[in-house]
Ligand binder design. Sequence first.
Ligand SMILES: NC(=O)c1ccc[n+]([C@@H]2O[C@H](COP(=O)([O-])OP(=O)(O)OC[C@H]3O[C@@H](n4cnc5c(N)ncnc54)[C@H](OP(=O)(O)O)[C@@H]3O)[C@@H](O)[C@H]2O)c1
Length: 369
Amino acid sequence: MRFCELTGGRGSCRAVWSRAFVVEKRLGGSLALPITDAPQQFGRASPAGLSNDWAWGKMATPAAIRRVCGTPRRGRFPRTSVYESLAVPTDELQQIVCCFGQPVAGNPTQYMMEKAFAKAGLDWRYLTLEVPPEALVDAVAGLKAMGFRGGNLTIPHKVAVIPLLSRLTPAAEMMQAVNCMLREGNDLVGENTDGKGFVQSLREVLDPAGKKVVLLGAGGAARAVGIETALAGAAQFTVVNRNIERGETLAKLIQEKTNVPTTFVPWQGDYAPPADTDVLINCTSIGLNDPSGRVPVDFAAVPQTCVAADVVFNPAETQFLKAAKARGCKTLDGLGMLVNQGAIAFKQWTGVEPDTTVMRDAVEEFLEA
Ligand SMILES: NC(=O)c1ccc[n+]([C@@H]2O[C@H](COP(=O)([O-])OP(=O)(O)OC[C@H]3O[C@@H](n4cnc5c(N)ncnc54)[C@H](OP(=O)(O)O)[C@@H]3O)[C@@H](O)[C@H]2O)c1
């Protein structure tokens, strides 16, 4: 029996747990964890009697941990994907991909990807890494030096990473935003899968070809969604944004890059979309981690034939979607886009088609935890 003492905050505990599981799996031994801050972590008054219950075999599932410790007051259990990704013993080096961002704690992508790697029988790992803006140059150099197979970029790196890459795909070039790095020999190629993921999800409820689209917001997500929806054949765009300069820039970008007629409307008060709007898309960050976050739209003016889509995925059913549903519109949540953009990256990195049902289930499980 080996022992491992966990100290420190939530994140470090989780990291130590994960490492402990890996070590135990490899050594094939049993493990007991007398945890100094177990009461704080898991809401149990005393860790007494843990040594038997925490032996490796019993400890390996969240259910076993829950049985001993109760439901955690905060934080999550170690990821089951840790075991799954090690399910096939191998002498090969694991392939690594990652996500750079700040802040990135709470991002569900690692869980989603590692579940999909496991389902596909791939011994790959996905690391979520907190990278501040001033460290991005070193982080990208490190990624190349260590042979990572690629990576995702999230706020605030989607634009800043561009000069650090060898080249961009045509879509990323148009958007001037990159959410995905692809390894080609010694080169890193910048791609953007956000908009493609959105369009794939939109097509499940409506074909954007010939449709009139209103984009609420003009940030990175709006750029990706706008350009790809235009490339998918949309007939007309209205960009609505609070910051006038950003809104005008996006309207000009869509018009110039795709030749789709695009107008800009400054966002003042509750926005009333034109009566012939086919698709109304919330591309702002309003509602992110805030179930009551209200997007200022006059829903009485929204045509009931319109599809309302949200890029926000946490919560899946945002206040914007609830209001649209109450109006009688078809709705589309941001989970589909999240899963699809991840699935496109997965395929590009590994050459293998992922199981998107596993990915969606993983994200839902993560968000419910
Ligand atoms: N589902 C997915 O796969 C996926 C992928 C990418 C992003 N996302 C989500 O998309 C959202 C936007 O991300 P982003 O990268 O585009 O962020 P961003 O570049 O920071 O842009 C944020 C946008 O929201 C607008 N905004 C924020 N608060 C507002 C308010 N109170 N009133 C009016 N407008 C407001 C901003 O307007 P101003 O310009 O006026 O400040 C801007 O247009 C985030 O929630 C992100 O999680 C989802």
